[in-house]
Design a protein around this ligand. Structure first.
Ligand SMILES: [Zn+2]
Length: 261
C-alpha cells in the first residue's frame, strides 16, 4: 500500500490499481469549507485543494479537483453562502486530472473564463493525453483555456489581482499564483504553490522533457526568493491544512501546536 500511495502521481503499477483508487478516495473526503484569510476560502476536499477568492465583481476559483469531486466543491461554495454561478474566473495550478478534471463541466455550467499557462493549457486541451510522465494513463474532459498567462502576468477581477509565476518541473507549465490581501489593517502575501514533486520522474536523459532538471532547479530558486506570509498549496499535506484549521492559524510560521507534535 505504501508503494502504491507513493506512486499515486506516477504510473500506477497494475497490482496496486485498487490501492491507488483507495488513496484517491482517502484524499477526496469531505472537508468543512472555511474562510482562510480576508476574501480567500478553502472549498476543496480533505487533501485536494480548491480555493475560492471572493470579489464584488464575481469570484475566482483556483482548481476544481478531479471531476468526481466537483459536486463537493460546488456544495462547499454554496454552503459558504456564495453562488457557483458567480464564479467568473477558473484558474489552474497545473493540468493534472486532480486539479482541472472538473474544468470542462464547471465551465459548461458557469461560463467561467478558464486561465492557464501556455504549456499546461496545451495539456488541458488534450485532456491530459501525451503527458510526459502519465502518457495517456490519466485523462479528463479536455478544455480550451480562454486565456493563456506567461510568467508575471496578472489576472484581475473586482479589486483582486493575482500574479502568475511559472514554476515548471512537476508539469511543464506549473503555475504558482500570488496575491496580497489585507486583514485587520495588515497586509499579507499569499502564495498558492503549484507543486514541486519530481521525484518519481525520469530526471536524466528524459526525451519527453529534456529540461526537467533545469526547470525544477530554477523553480526552487525562484520560490526561495519569493515572500509568503500565508502558504497555500495544491494538496493539504503541503501546508498542514488539518493542523492549521484546528489552530485557525494560517499565517506562517507553522503554529506551535503543530511544531510540538
Ligand atoms: Zn500533479
Amino acid at each position: 500500500m505504501e508503494n502504491c500511495e507513493q506512486n499515486l502521481f506516477g504510473r500506477p503499477p497494475e497490482p496496486c490499481t485498487e490501492d491507488v483508487k483507495d488513496t484517491l478516495k482517502n484524499w477526496s473526503r469531505p472537508f468543512e469549507p472555511r474562510r482562510i484569510i480576508a476574501n480567500i476560502y478553502y472549498v476543496g476536499s480533505n487533501l485536494i485543494s480548491s480555493f475560492l477568492i471572493v470579489t464584488p465583481a464575481g469570484h475566482i476559483l483556483i482548481d476544481t479537483g478531479h471531476v468526481q469531486m466537483l459536486p463537493q466543491v460546488k456544495a462547499n461554495i454554496e454552503k459558504l453562502g456564495f453562488k457557483v454561478k458567480e464564479v467568473k474566473i477558473l484558474l489552474n495550478s497545473h493540468a493534472h486530472f486532480d486539479r482541472c478534471g472538473g474544468f470542462a463541466e464547471f465551465k459548461r455550467e458557469t461560463g467561467a473564463t478558464v486561465i492557464a499557462s501556455k504549456l499546461d493549457g496545451d495539456l488541458m486541451m488534450r485532456g491530459g493525453t501525451g503527458d510526459f510522465f502519465w502518457d495517456d494513463a490519466s485523462l479528463y474532459a479536455p478544455v480550451k483555456p480562454d486565456r493563456f498567462v506567461a510568467d508575471g502576468d496578472r489576472v484581475e477581477l473586482g479589486g483582486v489581482s493575482l500574479t502568475a509565476h511559472l514554476t515548471p518541473g512537476h508539469t511543464k507549465g506549473c503555475t504558482t499564483w500570488t496575491m496580497r490581501v489585507n486583514e485587520n489593517g495588515k497586509d499579507y502575501d499569499v502564495l498558492f504553490l503549484c507543486g514541486l514533486t519530481v521525484s518519481l520522474y525520469k530526471l536524466t536523459n528524459n526525451a519527453e522533457y529534456p529540461n526537467i532538471i533545469a526547470d525544477a532547479r530554477s523553480s526552487l530558486m525562484k520560490l526561495r526568493g519569493m515572500h509568503a506570509d500565508v502558504l497555500l498549496a495544491a494538496h493539504g499535506f503541503w501546508f498542514d491544512l488539518g493542523e492549521r484549521q484546528l489552530a485557525n492559524a494560517w499565517a506562517l510560521p507553522i503554529p506551535s501546536s503543530t511544531q510540538a507534535n
